[in-house]
Design a protein around this ligand. Structure first.
Ligand code: NAD
Length: 283
């Protein structure tokens, strides 16, 4: 069991969605919170809700894609709080475009935040945990780190890479008191699609159509996602699947590792969004 009560928990991307849900659940279980995001107003709202629960909280404006800033953040946590006990690398963005349309700029934007942000957050805080002899690192991948879908090559690349990195770290930490979890949410009703980069980002209707299609299909609330993640942390689960959709996709990949696409993408549109191929969304 990972003890939550009294521990210092870091959550990135805590201004919205799964990050906010996880931070609030950690607060309810008695953790002290240090939360970060790029979104100042959203972060302040999360902090207000944590304070209402009665848990201590500090906020940090942080771009997880900025390696120096992440290391400075970790240093500040060490100086002011004596180091982190739980780190949830959650901040993430999505990109929707086919490979032949995908620009390197957009691809790098996704990799820098989703993949490198998670690597920086892990490597900056790991020495603090090694010095204490205990800790828990939680990296948020996706069901799209288990299967790949059209228009999600950049996001799939980042989320598969998160899974690869996190599982390697878990093997390395075997026999220590540093626990490692990889989270694979299914569809969670958050702002991820509204905030995504689209190929034609000026087409507000494409974005709104994709976002409302996603809202209809996303089965799980961010609050529920937060509860599942914190239960997984408490139970030291190496792999945390969120939602029945994530469990079905996981099984589908095991049963049909090559041909799952024949069932999921039949041409009339994606079962993930109910839309035609060009309008699929990220999970
Ligand atoms: N919503 C889903 O269905 C779903 C499914 C699987 C995985 N995920 C993953 O869950 C994580 C959280 O996403 P969400 O659905 O809550 O989305 P969200 O858009 O509601 O929240 C993401 C948060 O990350 C922050 N963020 C973005 N770029 C940042 C940066 N460079 N530095 C710091 N913060 C930054 C945003 O400001 C936002 O507050 C992401 O890693 C996402 O890929 C989401």
């Amino acid at each position: 069991m990972t003890e939550i009560k009294g521990k210092l928990a870091i959550v990135t991307g805590a201004a919205s969605g799964i990050g906010r849900g996880t931070a609030l659940e950690l607060a309810r279980r008695g953790a002290r919170l240090a939360i970060s995001d790029l979104d100042r107003a959203g972060l302040a709202e999360t902090a207000k809700r944590i304070e209402a629960i009665g848990a201590p909280v500090t906020t940090y404006l942080l771009d997880v894609a900025d390696r120096d800033a992440v290391y400075a953040f970790a240093q500040e946590i060490e100086t002011t709080h004596g180091g982190a006990d739980i780190v949830v690398n959650n901040a993430g963005v999505a990109q929707i475009a086919r490979v032949d349309e995908l620009t390197y700029e957009d691809f790098e934007w996704v990799m820098n935040i989703d993949f490198w942000g998670m690597v920086y957050g892990t490597k900056a805080f790991l020495p603090q945990m090694q010095a204490k002899g205990a800790g828990h690192i939680v990296n948020v991948s996706s069901v799209f780190g288990i299967i790949s879908v059209p228009t999600q090559a950049a996001y799939n690349s980042a989320k598969f890479a998160i899974r690869g990195f996190t599982e390697a770290l878990r093997h390395e930490m075997k026999g220590t008191q540093i626990k490692v979890s990889c989270v694979h949410p299914g569809g969670i009703k958050t702002n991820i699609v509204r905030n995504a980069r689209f190929l034609q980002s000026t087409q507000a209707t494409a974005r709104e159509d994709a976002a409302s299609g996603f809202d209809k299909l996303a089965m799980t609330t961010p609050e529920k996602a937060g509860r599942v993640i914190v239960n997984g942390i408490a139970k030291n689960k190496p792999r945390i699947l969120i939602g029945i959709d994530a469990k079905i996709i996981d099984w589908m990949q095991r049963l049909m590792p090559v041909s799952y696409g024949r069932i999921m993408f039949r041409g009339e549109g994606s079962p993930l969004t109910g839309q035609a191929d060009t309008g699929e969304t990220a999970q």
